[in-house]
Design a protein around this ligand. Sequence first.
Ligand code: GCO
Ligand code: MG
Length: 405
Amino acid sequence: MSDRIVGAEVIVTSPTRNFVTLKVTTDDGVVGYGDATLNGRELAVASYLRDHVAPLLLGRDARRVEDTWQYLYRGAYWRRGPVTMAAIGAVDVALWDIKGKTLGQPVYQLLGGPVRDRVLGYTHATGWELPELLDSVREKTEQGFQAVRAQMGVPGLDTVYGVDREARAYEPAGRGAAPVEEVWDTDAYLRSAPDVLSGLRAEVGPELRLLHDAHHRLTPQQAARLGRALEPADLFWLEDVTPAENQEALRLVRRHTTVPLAVGEVFNTVWDCQQLITEQLIDFVRTCVSHAGGISHVRRIFQLAELYQVRGAPHGPSDVSPVALGASLHVGLSTPNFAIQEYMGYDPLVHEVFPHAWSYADGHLTPGDAPGIGVGLDEALAARFPYEGAYLPVARRRDGSMTDW
Ligand code: GCO
Ligand code: MG
């Protein structure tokens, strides 16, 4: 048994939406999977892996998980960035998967063993106005969810990212060669959001954890106002109030509101959230294994966060594949300051393409006890759904200029 890597293959499949999966094989025939999906830029990561990483993996010792991470991160010279870190993350998760399978242990055992029995999950509810939103939230609580992210429409707009007028679910990427363009109006949002969310709180009672995502749309001053106005809604968190590459911006928000803040789904290294964590400008850090360098790096981020009482709460919408979700649950079960896992859910076909040991019940998720990560890939089925271009929307202000959405 030598654990030499003899295969590194990239599989792109689109069972309702695009996923990029790395499959690493050892000379003993052990197979590990990692998720390399980057919504709307999938093929860039596929090429990075196929053209630049796979040849470097062949012949390497699959047991050297940390050394391989260092080799790919430092070796590239061009550090950080979503494409690089998604590729490194996929390798890292695939190697943890192989290690678990080789040792006959679920990965959470290799990360120190469980510190909790199950991982709290939150899902999405959407409705254009309060009555539909309330119906959507109730549907989710009937499925057992104890934490729900609530997104609503904005009066005067036709569309809002994250909300669907008809359906009670929302897929962030639309098929096609170019993104759909939407119109966004921050003033109208700020006028309506506090009443809708406070109205929702009044209807659902005090216990349900309610979350809301502002999706990077606000200035620091607008974010401070919104946070203060939302205090009666008693949110579990308010997410991505500003585009947080300007980390200092959160200082102003913090000065004006005690609403818990969650940031980090677009970050890919510890450096991107260092100031947010060490200055305690956030309460939850949202980095996930597929976008932030895998299990090894997300654990490092959460360990830094633990020193500052910031908790881990990874991104987990439908563009984070079942492989990354499984990997995240191994981190969740074994990491003391892990708070909650986003679980948007998947189309039934996605569950078939990626058979998995993880499961959802009663508002919680568990990774299962299969050796490794416990998520497979039905390659024959995956091959029936080739890549189709799909893009997240973009948004313009009423004067036609581009804005964050
Ligand atoms: C969330 C999100 C997502 C992102 C999407 C982009 O789940 O909190 O903000 O829905 O918009 O993952 O690809
Ligand atoms: Mg978000």
